[in-house]
Design a binder for this molecule. Sequence first.
Ligand code: IPD
Ligand code: CA
Ligand code: CA
Length: 255
Amino acid sequence: MLDFVQTAEEAARRAGQILRAWSSKFTVREKSRSNLVTEADEASQAAIFEFIHGRYPSHGFCGEEGLSINETDSPYRWVIDPLDGTTNYVHAFPYYCVSIGLECRGEMIVGAVFDPVHDEMFLAVRGQGASLNRRPLKCSGINELSQSLVIASLPVATSAHEKAVSRFLTVLPVAQSVQRTGSAALNLANVAAGRVEGFWSTSLKPWDMAAGILLVEEAGGRISKIDGSHFRLEEPDLLATNGSDIHEQLLTLLV
Ligand code: IPD
Ligand code: CA
Ligand code: CA
């Protein structure tokens, strides 16, 4: 396990350096409306893959920028978002990260989220806790939504009439504050760090969530779908909280 977490950390740091190096020279393409990609996303993924595949050539891989290697003989699969928060990165808004998760037989066992702007390395190992720059992490103890900072992820191209927008508006007058930030992985890391009480979305991909859900669970938080049922990485909906009564309070509002 130590080898896996060191590999995830080193890969995330290398990727962070690449994001920094590209920050003044990238060009932007739209994969679909408002869904941006840059050379930095691609170079970051290539570096992560080269490093991890070099160590574990038999493992499977799934990465946002067209990386899909299914190794049926291996129980391991790395789930990678080489740059989560591309829109923020493009605008030099300092809220983006690299996210790397390792799954074994469908269960997340290692997670690394690295914020290269603030040099924050969030790590989690199944059953061994979560840390931020080597200090143990614990979700916040706040248990009232009226005292909570919560975050929603809306779909990339959102229309005013979407259910995701009405859910956002429903929570708005109840929580202390509701934000939309542009990096799901960093939102999850911040729930684990006790800075944010809850985060939900119905439009995420496995690479947005893989590392972050383990961080939240290992920091004492709770993960479910937004109807309260069992979370699945392959499905787009997620409610992550600090594990207090806020989880139930949000479930009631997010119907
Ligand atoms: C996006 C971010 C955002 C979420 C979007 C994702 P990207 O990832 O995680 O918070 O709302 O659904 O696509 O495209 O910046 O890697
Ligand atoms: Ca993402
Ligand atoms: Ca991405």
